[in-house]
Write a protein that binds this ligand. Structure first.
Ligand code: GDP
Length: 459
């Protein structure tokens, strides 16, 4: 538990119907009593988790804003401390005024993520659960949200705890054998430890394999749509977004309004890189020399090259297709609805050399289901897709699992190499610690600071 009381504006700054100032700590009632003139004079004793109507007043007793105050008594709160949330009008000035008053009566401004950090340090959430909160806030699709929610519910943590529990069992067994060395006992214990360590290793490896899928749902696939002017890139983007948000025009280069778009392909978030750039006027041949486009192509996980079926191939198109050899490229022949198809089918097929080639019409919205199938196949090829298994989504968790896997591998080769069992036990203990970093059992203050600094203020 902490001595000080923290406060922050928990809603985004700007104009909104409601804004919330969140306060947590032992002093919340004392502070609220100074600034909140409640209609119900007995609000502090009227029961926990209730909402009270009243006014926020300043030191002179002047009304600052009308407000609803919710009072939640420890320990059944997010931080496990007493919490007050002041719902006032959602403008910058009322929110700032209310916050200033709260700070003026003894609260301290919360650091980013500090409410969640307290939730973790006070045992309300383990570290993986606390981290999932930020993933929930940043979820890009329903599937990303579902994944983050399963982590908040503790599904990943339960699996990690179960692995750790089995490791502790092994360590206890090892200790018993080392402490009481009897004839033959060591050998049979070693055989058993070997089997269990191998099982643990394969469980950890399965989690690592799932991490690629988890990362895709959490962070998305960075995608670039390229092609000559007027081939239909904006039209394709709109068709994929299923709404006409970008302005499609016959004059190239007039739509530069959007910087990043997220397209939801069956739960997989496609992050479209540089949507302004894809409407630039330069010819592809020139553009290919432009470092930024190059960089974007290199950075992208997926490249959608749009060609105009009503026109022939340009040298720029040929150069691009050839240059994106090893990339995840999908070639789209757009405008298949036109009367005269000019593009040389056999030439494009040859250039594509096995990479997916699809006939579409962005305008008539045909071929888009096949495009989605192709994207899903490409992105998920050979990856865990089952929603039944627990998916690891964060790089940090994956790294901890990799360390655990390597310590388990060491332990296994130690047993095989007939190393003394107390040496093996060092590796198993390290694997236990690696796993503990995920749930926060063995994490350092430095790590915690780093994790929570990434949160927003008020969370
Ligand atoms: P961009 O410059 O590559 O972004 O191309 P736009 O999306 O702005 O489209 C250029 C022109 O092609 C516009 O007049 C669109 O209406 C037209 N267009 C786009 N897709 C299709 C299509 O599938 N069929 C036909 N017939 N015209 C299309």
């Amino acid at each position: 538990m902490f001595d000080d009381t923290i406060a922050a504006i928990a809603t985004p700054l700007g104009e909104g119907g409601i804004g919330i100032v969140r306060v947590s700590g032992s002093e919340v009632v004392k502070i609220a009593k100074r600034i909140f003139r409640a209609k119900n004079k007995n609000w502090t004793t009227a029961g926990s988790h209730r909402l009270f109507y009243g006014h926020i007043v300043d030191r002179e007793g002047l009304v600052v804003d009308e407000a609803l105050l919710s009072y939640m008594q420890a320990p059944h709160t997010y931080t496990r401390e007493d919490v007050v949330e002041i719902n006032c009008h959602g403008g910058i000035v009322p929110l700032r005024r209310v916050l200033e008053l709260v700070l003026g009566f003894g609260a301290r401004l919360a650091e980013p993520g500090e409410f969640s950090k307290r939730a973790f340090l006070n045992g309300r959430l383990d570290l993986a659960q606390a981290e999932s909160v930020i993933d929930i806030i940043r979820a890009k699709t329903d599937a990303s949200l579902k994944l983050a929610m399963s982590q908040l519910k503790g599904e990943l943590s339960r699996q990690i705890f179960s692995l750790q529990h089995k490791l502790l069992g092994l360590l206890a067994k090892l200790e018993a054998v080392v402490d009481f060395p009897e004839e033959g006992l060591e050998e049979s214990a070693a055989a058993e430890i070997l089997v269990i360590s191998q099982e643990l290793l394969s469980e950890v490896e399965q989690l690592i394999r799932g991490a690629e899928t988890g990362k895709i749902y959490r962070d998305g696939i960075s995608t670039i749509i390229i092609g000559s002017p007027n081939v239909g890139k904006s039209s394709l983007l709109n068709a994929m977004l299923r709404e006409d948000r970008a302005i499609v025009t016959e004059i190239p280069g007039t739509t530069r309004d959007i910087i990043e778009e997220i397209i939801n392909i069956r739960g997989i978030p496609l992050k479209i890189i540089d949507t302004a750039g894809l409407r630039e006027t330069e010819d592809v041949v020139e553009k290919i020399g432009v470092a930024r486009t190059r960089d974007n192509i290199n950075r992208a996980d997926l490249v959608l090259l749009v060609l105009d079926a009503a026109r022939g191939l340009t040298n720029g198109d040929r150069a691009i297709i050839e240059s994106i050899e090893e990339k995840k490229l999908i070639i789209l022949l757009n405008k298949v609805d036109v009367e005269v198809i000019k593009i040389e089918k056999s030439e494009v097929e040859q250039l594509a050399s096995g990479r997916p080639l699809l006939w579409i019409s962005a305008e008539q919205r045909t071929g888009l289901a096949e495009l989605e199938d192709t994207i899903v196949d490409m992105v998920m090829s050979g990856r865990t897709t089952s929603s039944e298994t627990v998916l690891v989504a964060s790089v940090r968790h994956k790294q901890a699992l990799e360390k655990a896997a390597s310590h388990l591998t060491e332990a296994i080769s130690g047993i095989r190499g007939k190393l003394p069992l107390d040496m093996v036990s060092i590796d198993l203990r390290s694997a236990w610690e690696d796993l503990g970093e995920i749930t926060g059992e063995t994490s350092t203050d430095e790590l915690l600071d780093r994790i929570f600094a990434d949160f927003c203020i008020g969370k």
